[in-house]
Design a protein around this ligand. Structure first.
Ligand code: PAF
Length: 282
């Protein structure tokens, strides 16, 4: 495995693979890697001849400076994990490498980007699109791997690929959870032991809501989740929405779509955690 810091060096390395018609997989990350990332990398390793894992905490997707400053960073630990799971290249550029000058591009992924994370983190998806397009251009992968935990991000990246005419294939990979159900997230590293126990209520509530949903209305299911989270000391619900899995627009009843997903964002102390659950899948 090789650590690469510049786009030029990365292109030179990858040209060898491309010229021989070998497949390149990209796993974009912001580091602080965990078993969820490892599952993306393993999938890429099994489906490509070379796997590039980018490790870059992208400043343009943080609308909260405090969140950016506190985002966990540990490149040595990341490289160790990536070596173990068989990555070929770790691309860890400096901010100046990816943004030699301010990126003024404005994207619109309406209506996908105006709801949920888009509404609560203005500019977030524009920043994600800025960095992901730069990574796609630098790596020119055949396949790129994204986790379903960031459900809205995955939908937006699929739309972006269509909008901009990229020919690569986007592979969505299932959420990886701890044995007790907590969705893996780099942000979990910021939870105290006590907060970690409290945070478990997020996934548990979602799982219970799926049983509840079997014989209750969609509106009652929303109330069930809202009330359950509000009843727990140490959790603050930002939003819970039940949406069409393709359009991300709220649905009014269980018959409105054959792909229905509940998306939640909760603050546990200062740490903002997201999760989602599928009620219906097509
Ligand atoms: O999901 C993430 O970690 C980031 O949003 C991504 C896709 C690596 C872009 O910075």
């Amino acid at each position: 495995m090789k650590l690469v810091r510049t786009i030029k060096e990365l292109r030179t390395e990858l040209n060898t693979y491309r010229n021989e018609g070998r497949k390149i997989g990209l796993v974009p990350t912001m580091g602080a890697l965990h078993a969820g990332h490892a599952s993306l990398v393993k999938r890429s390793v099994s489906e490509n001849d070379a796997t590039v894992v980018s490790v870059f905490v992208n400043p343009t997707q943080f609308n909260d400076k405090n969140d950016l400053a506190k985002y966990p960073r540990d490149l040595d630990a990341d490289c160790q994990l990536l070596q173990e799971v068989g990555a070929t290249f770790v691309f860890a550029p400096a901010v100046e490498e990816m943004y030699p000058e301010p990126d003024t591009r404005q994207f619109s992924f309406a209506p996908l980007d105006s709801v949920m994370e888009g509404a609560f983190r203005p500019g977030h998806f524009n920043g994600v699109a800025q960095i992901v397009t730069k990574l796609f251009d630098a790596v020119q992968p055949d396949n790129a791997y994204f986790g379903e935990k960031d459900f809205q991000q995955l939908a937006i990246i699929r739309k972006m690929v269509k909008q901009l005419g990229y020919t690569l294939h986007i592979v969505g990979c299932p959420i990886v959870r701890e044995a007790d159900g907590l969705a893996l997230s780099s942000r979990n590293a910021r939870l105290s032991d006590e907060e970690r126990k409290i945070a478990l209520n997020i996934s548990q509530t979602l799982f219970k809501s799926r049983t509840f949903a079997a014989d209750h209305s969609l509106q009652d299911t929303i109330k069930f989740v809202e009330d359950s989270i509000s009843a727990i000391n140490g959790l603050r619900l930002e939003y819970f929405q039940i949406v069409d899995g393709n359009t991300l627009q709220p649905v009014e009843n269980w018959h409105e779509s054959d792909y229905i997903v509940g998306c939640i964002t909760v603050f546990c102390g200062e740490v903002r955690l997201i999760d989602n659950i599928k009620y219906k899948e097509n």
